[in-house]
Design a protein around this ligand. Sequence first.
Ligand SMILES: *Cc1c(COP(=O)(O)O)cnc(C)c1O
Length: 393
Amino acid sequence: MNYHVNEKGYYGSFGGAWIPEMMFPNIDELRRRYIEIIESDAFRSEFENLLKDYAGRPSPLYYAARLSEHYSTRIYLKREDLNHTGSHKINNTIGQILLAEKLGKTRIIAETGAGQHGVATATVCALKGIKCVIYMGALDVSRQAPNVKKMKMLGAEVIPVYSGNQTLKDATNEAMRDWICHPDDTHYIIGSVVGPHPYPDMVARFQSVISKEMKLQLQEKTGNPNPTRIIACVGGGSNAAGAFYHYLENEEVELIGVEAAGKGIDSGETAATLLVGSPGVLHGSRTVLMQNEDGQVTEPYSVSAGLDYPGIGPLHAFLYERGRAKYISATDDEVMKAALLLTKKEGIIPALESAHALAALEKIEAGADDINVINLSGSGNKDMETYLKYFGF
Ligand SMILES: *Cc1c(COP(=O)(O)O)cnc(C)c1O
């Protein structure tokens, strides 16, 4: 079975480029040129050098002995939290800034919700001396003040978006509008495996370094490149896509994505897209999304801002439909408990997003000899206020 995108940009019936005519020139240029550019020797050597010396890769694969003892199984953590800027997002922004350079673009735009992708984008723009404009919902601008300050210090212009609910979905709409008005000089760095083709495939390729390293590291540590299962949290789905990528065709490796249940999947306050959503078109892609009977996108909720998105990448909609990957969810309370457990057992404070993957350990039946890899997508530095408020330290 082939789980990769076909030449039209589809995973089964999901994906494609459902875009307004005005955006066609931008997307068409990318679609025609991305493979040729990212597979060229010049691109690959610069990408690999920056991942190594700038982002700090390879990220360690750490055997979590005390957490393993707690769950009576073997648990490895893929430490994406140790990357420069604190998460996996830098893998994608490094790839896309190099691509933008090769396309001769002189201006970068991006959308951001929690601000993590905005910071990773502003970072690579500073690195390359390229103008950077970040669209952010006005509500998020006030909720995520530390990241807004970082983006500004890095030289980015942050534009608050006052339409709709003033959150990520509205920022994305505004970024798309900007791109339509600046087709010649601007590249749009999308932050996950979402959006019109070729973004889902392109971003998955940039993030696939995660599973590429995982294979080598597991071979070295266990004598077998294949774990029993890989567990990753899923917002748009880019860290999960990267962690699954080189195992997609190896059906013996179990793949588990964990969505944000928020206050519970039946509570109306959730972001578990696959579990409560239905097929439709969102941000240029046919996928599964949270919508009401009139097809209007409904507002997602999760304690973790990085998973608070009403859609999901088309690859995951396809893996779900085919049963290749399993998707479960974790509530805010389960996630808080899992984050505290990792902190106490291993001295690692995880991002709230990553703690969703950790919470899955309570829900699966793992045997004593199983090898479980948890993709620890990011660091908890950005979430300290939420943790302190919840636990009342
Ligand atoms: C943004 C983010 C996520 C969610 O995005 P995906 O595209 O689903 O990976 C998960 N973890 C962290 C730390 C993030 O910053």
